[in-house]
Design a protein. Structure first.
Length: 427
């Protein structure tokens, strides 16, 4: 087991709201569920149910795309409305379900029609489960595997590290569902036909190495201990899961959550109707790791975690570094939910002039000079630095470490969007 030193990055202090030792709590089903049909973007959905119709959990309620990728009801009950999530914003449609308190078992996705080797069979079950990748760009996971198989993958890495500080759901799911995660990992290796694989653990997860060694069977899988830090040691951290040219190999990175979902699809034929994530922050009374159905309102989750600590809070979907501020707790859990951070509302720090300390340069995991980029963005020299802006992974490490509270990543993201929009107009 080797410890991998990495370039750049930051080392945030341990979470002041620890949840690493808190078991995953399955939340009760609320009275009303709202399933938003907004993934992926700009895709036309075909809704298969009507208002007033009774449905079972696991029943197909919509499909999208040319291959009719399925979406399932996360609860049993009655369709009470088919409307947009927000009429004012004009978002994609959402299916409102009045939940049945006497819900029966979730319907399985049915037997596969695939024939041939076990890899094709596994891929068919992953498709039938409707499994959407929680990592951007939120593609159906069977498409991720198909792309990886077509392009050729030399190695598969199961990274058990948390994607952001304060979150602990990856650690908990690894502890509580190790056998299923292992089965899902092997299934993915079978689909891709890859024999070379590694498992990455953090320094705080060293004890897991011995448990994993017992499950190795005949194939050799390397176990690498990686130093704690942020961002993840995947070096380039682009939007797509498929990392190209890392250590001169094509590598597919996985996480415990997706491998657990794969195991659920293959072993139990379960539809993708729930997410496991961490709820934390100083604005919530009882930080927890929760298991919630798709469509569960965030307000219901917050009540299950003891409620708010005060009236004015800030909700962040995801983690504290790269998460997005949410407008309200009326929004539901969806396929992209990886965490919920609830913070007491405080006034933002006043941005001050750059003092040229260079901390942002030392913290950048992709070896950029954020303060130089910022100067050029402010000077509207976007065309000259388009490659640097596309290289930036928007991890916000430079913002975290900056003593002048410069909003570097925010400007980089805005400048990149402007440049891409201009490029589309030229075409």
């Amino acid at each position: 087991m080797a410890c991998w030193p990495l370039h750049g990055g930051i080392h945030p202090p341990p979470s002041p709201f620890p949840t690493e030792k808190k078991s995953i709590m399955t939340l009760p089903i609320p009275e009303t569920m709202v399933i938003p049909l907004e993934f992926p973007a700009r895709t036309k959905w075909k809704i298969l149910v009507k208002k007033g119709e009774k449905i079972r959990a696991g029943e197909k309620i919509a499909t999208w795309g040319e291959d009719a990728f399925p979406c399932y009801a996360s609860v049993s009950g009655k369709i009470c409305e088919i409307d947009s999530l927000s009429k004012k914003q004009g978002l994609a449609p959402a299916i409102h379900i009045e939940a049945d308190p006497n819900e029966q078992n979730v319907l399985p996705v049915g037997k596969s029609s695939a024939s041939g080797n076990s890899g094709d069979l596994y891929l068919e079950y992953i498709f039938r489960s409707g499994l959407i990748d929680p990592i951007p760009p939120h593609l159906p996971f069977y498409q991720v595997l198909q792309t990886a198989k077509q392009n050729g993958v030399d190695m598969v890495i199961l990274s058990c590290l948390e994607r952001e500080p304060w979150l602990s759901s990856s650690h908990r799911i690894l502890l509580e569902h190790l056998s299923e995660i292992w089965e899902g990992f092997w299934a993915i290796l079978t689909i891709l036909g890859v024999s070379r694989a590694e498992i990455w653990l953090s320094e705080s997860q060293r004890k897991m190495a011995s448990r994993l060694r017992k499950k190795e069977k005949k194939k050799k899988i390397g176990i690498r201990i990686v130093k704690d830090g942020y961002p993840l040691p995947e070096r380039f951290f682009p939007a797509n899961r498929l990392r190209i040219r890392l250590n001169t190999s094509s590598i597919l990175f996985l996480d415990p959550l997706i491998t657990w979902h794969v195991a659920q699809a293959i072993l139990h034929h379960s539809p993708d109707i729930e997410r496991i994530f961490t709820v934390t922050g100083d604005g919530i009374r009882e930080p927890k790791n929760v298991r919630a159905r798709i469509g569960t309102p965030l307000s219901h989750i917050i009540l299950s975690c003891g409620g708010y600590t005060e009236n004015h809070v800030r909700l962040i979907g995801g983690g504290p570094m790269r998460g997005k501020t949410l407008p309200s707790d009326d929004l539901p859990v969806d396929w992209t939910t990886t965490g919920l951070v609830v913070l007491k509302a405080i006034e933002p720090k006043k941005e001050m002039p750059c003092i040229g300390c260079g901390r942002c340069v030392l913290s950048c995991p992709v070896a950029l000079s954020p303060y130089v980029l910022d100067q050029r963005v402010l000077a509207h020299e976007t065309r000259l630095i388009k490659h640097a802006l596309q290289t930036c992974i928007l991890c916000r490490a430079c913002e975290y470490i900056c003593p002048s509270y410069r909003r570097l990543s925010q400007r980089f993201e805005s400048a990149l969007k402007t440049h891409l929009h201009r490029g589309e107009k030229r075409k």
